[in-house]
Design a protein around this ligand. Structure first.
Ligand code: 3PG
Length: 306
């Protein structure tokens, strides 16, 4: 069967799909009408976060039966429209949890030890040893908003850094075994005790703009924000204001409300460290996501044939 792939996918996954007898067409970067045009006769579409599967795309693609997102976030897929059109949607929610959690600490350490600025200064020929004073993570209070797969991986690593971890997640009915050392708190409780606030919830109607002016005001003076989840969770003008006023001492960001963000006022601040949505950009995460995505496509197409 014909499969369209519109975001970069691990090569082993593409080979597996072809070895299973499918015709795989790689056309990265398609959106809207161009995507609809490329989907003619396709039974499956494999994407990452770059392709928007809107209700128009779904309505315009009657042969499409399966959408597989190699990765976790499904905010770029209109799932209600997919249900209406009878299109099955799969993701690979576990594939990148470790990579995302590791990036949290990469960014947090870069922010708190001022690594990017120090390297830029060194590269410029300076030796500003006393200018780049940092802060330890040990003993600081980390509040996690969202305690699913990624939140838990972050908690495990925070424990190794001797941080004091609390988490808020109304969707977790029973607190997971082995995590009794993570204090369960409400959103208000998480904000109040956050020396470091890290977001690990999906973007949807209930979470868009979750962290805005009043949430920043509830955080302690000098707190920092880490967002490797979705830019839309945070009111960016409010974040900018909190950073400029010095209420927050820094922000570490991998995601933005619009991606790519172009030149963003947050990037002009010395207390911001940012990366271009690299959470899942490791060989390991991409191998796992590709492998799981290929399995999902092959199984879903086999079920269509039977
Ligand atoms: C995800 O939702 O899986 C991550 O944000 C990574 O997204 P990407 O696959 O588009 O890099």
């Amino acid at each position: 069967m014909k499969i369209l792939v519109t975001d970069s996918l691990d090569h082993a996954a593409l080979s597996r799909l072809r070895a299973a007898g499918h015709e795989v067409v790689e056309l990265p970067g398609l959106q809207g009408e161009a995507l609809i045009g490329a989907l003619v006769e396709c039974r499956a579409l494999v994407i990452r976060g770059g392709t928007r599967v809107t209700s128009e795309v779904l309505r315009g693609s009657p042969s499409l039966r399966v959408v597989v997102r190699a990765g976790s976030g499904l905010d770029n897929v209109d799932q209600a429209a997919a249900r209406r059109q009878g299109v099955a949607v799969f993701n690979t929610p576990a594939a990148n949890a470790v990579s995302v959690a590791e990036l949290v600490f990469g960014l947090l350490l870069a922010l708190e030890r001022r690594i990017a600025g120090a390297f830029a200064s060194l590269r410029g020929g300076a030796w500003e040893k006393f200018h780049f004073m940092g802060r330890e993570l040990s003993g600081r209070r980390l509040s996690l908003i969202g305690f699913g797969r990624i939140g838990r991986e972050v908690a495990l690593r925070a424990r190794a850094f001797e941080m004091r971890v609390s988490a808020c997640d109304p969707l977790v009915a029973a607190w997971p075994a082995g995590f009794t050392w993570v204090e369960r708190v409400t959103l208000e409780g998480a904000l109040e005790r956050a020396d470091v606030l890290s977001l690990h919830v999906p973007l949807g109607p209930e979470t868009r703009g979750l962290i805005g002016p009043s949430e920043f005001a509830s955080m302690p003076q000098g707190a920092v924000l880490v967002n490797v989840a979705r830019g839309g969770l945070v009111d960016e003008p409010a974040l900018l204001d909190a950073l400029i006023r010095g209420h927050l001492s820094g922000a570490a960001l991998d995601v933005f409300s619009t991606e790519p963000p172009g030149s963003h006022p947050l990037f002009d601040l010395p207390n911001v460290v940012a990366t271009p949505h690299l959470g899942a950009s490791t060989l390991e995460a991409q191998r796992r996501a590709g492998e799981e995505a290929a399995t999902a496509v092959i199984e879903a197409l086999a079920a269509l044939e039977s």
